[in-house]
Ligand binder design. Structure first.
Ligand code: UT7
Length: 335
């Protein structure tokens, strides 16, 4: 018997809204062009949740329902819902509670994690620790963001980047002792430059008022160039570090799952890890940056190609700043 319970991924699904916002359409909103957007970011289009009455909980619940269905379980079997987001339906209650209601997870508790683009990564390690503790058997880990709700569609520096979407996984104990599951994680935050990527209004520092709205403080702000440099250094650094401390060579790594913020950051990171791009999950062209959702959307989209035991590294960088990496062995075959 192994002395430690390992948390293994047993289902992986995603949901994106139907509406496709193309670079061409953005050209009609701001002074930009398809060539600039594709060459600077790799993005061709993104999905937008158009219904005004639907929010992040809707996206997350759709992904969660697919997880229940693919695993063949019901909502009441879930012990805990951890939801990573920076676009909660409300400041409180937690969006996880709204998902709990929607999927009938009557025996679950849940809460949100706010770590911007690293949210899913931090939520996954938290969920893994819950399973490892032996106390919980089924933890739903979701990453969901309706970025269109905080994007200023008159600001060309940010509106071309973001999209809406959700993804998630189910974590369970590795009862068959396969050795698969979440093996290692490295996580960081550094608040020295928090204001370089943030939503300044709406919180307790700048509560919503006529003044904050006039100043556009309810919108996401980003100093793109500085964040780009930090993101590249940090994501590459932490990905190489997790390989080294687990004695993984580039041949050992089957897949790399980077946060999808900019294709140039991803190729630079893969280069530092010594990986060829055929091992890198890359779908930024279709969805842009969906913040907490990028990594679980990738896992879900690639699951037909993944085999139990595949060595996978996840890595992220985001507002906070927050960054980290996870080393895991994939847990299931998807038919
Ligand atoms: O997800 C969490 C973390 N976030 C990131 O990792 C994002 C990191 N940053 C980036 O991905 C990039 O910095 C951006 C995609 C945001 C911007 O790309 P860049 O290559 O860093 O461009 P820049 O901000 O240095 O701007 C270069 C030029 C500027 O013009 P001048 O000053 O050189 O005349 C901008 O005004 O490009 C201009 N520009 C644009 N032109 C056409 C900025 N946005 C646009 C645009 N279309 N949408």
């Amino acid at each position: 018997m192994p002395d430690k319970i390992r948390a293994v991924i047993t289902a992986s699904e995603h949901y994106v809204p139907d509406y496709v916002l193309t670079n061409k359409e953005l050209e009609t909103l701001v002074d930009t062009n398809d060539e600039w957007i594709q060459s600077r970011t790799g993005i061709k289009e993104r999905r937008i949740l158009k219904d005004d009455d639907k929010a992040t909980s809707f996206l997350a619940a759709e992904a969660a329902k697919k997880i229940l269905e693919s695993r063949g379980i019901e909502g009441h079997e879930i012990d805990c819902i951890i939801l990573a987001t920076v676009t909660p339906d409300y400041l409180f209650p937690a969006t996880a509670c709204l998902v709990q209601r929607e999927i009938g997870a009557t025996n679950a508790f849940g809460y949100d994690i706010s770590a911007a683009c690293s949210g899913f990564l931090f939520a996954l390690s938290t969920g893994a620790m819950m399973i490892e503790s032996g106390r919980y058997k089924k933890v739903l880990v979701l990453g969901a963001d309706k970025m269109s709700s905080i994007v200023d569609y008159t600001d060309r520096a940010t509106c071309i980047i973001f999209g809406d979407g959700a993804g998630g996984v189910l974590l369970e104990p590795d009862t068959e002792n396969t050795g698969n599951g979440i093996i290692d994680y490295i996580q960081h935050c550094d608040g020295k430059e928090s204001e370089l990527l943030c939503q300044p209004g709406g919180g307790s520092k700048n509560p919503t008022s006529e003044k904050t709205i006039e100043a556009g403080m309810h919108y996401l702000k980003q100093e793109g160039r500085v964040v780009f440099k930090k993101a590249t250094e940090s994501m590459a650094g932490v990905s190489v570090e997790i390989m080294q401390r687990n004695n993984l060579t580039n041949d050992d790594v089957d897949w790399f799952v980077p946060h999808q913020a900019n294709e140039r950051i991803i190729t630079a990171t893969a280069g530092r890890m010594g990986l060829t791009m055929d091992k890198v999950m890359l779908n930024i062209a279709k969805y842009g940056n969906t913040t907490a959702a990028t990594i679980p959307i990738c896992l879900s989209e690639w699951k037909n190609k993944l085999k139990p035991g595949d060595d996978i590294i996840l890595a992220s960088f985001g507002g906070g700043f927050t960054w980290g990496s996870i080393y895991l062995k994939w847990g299931f075959s998807h038919e």
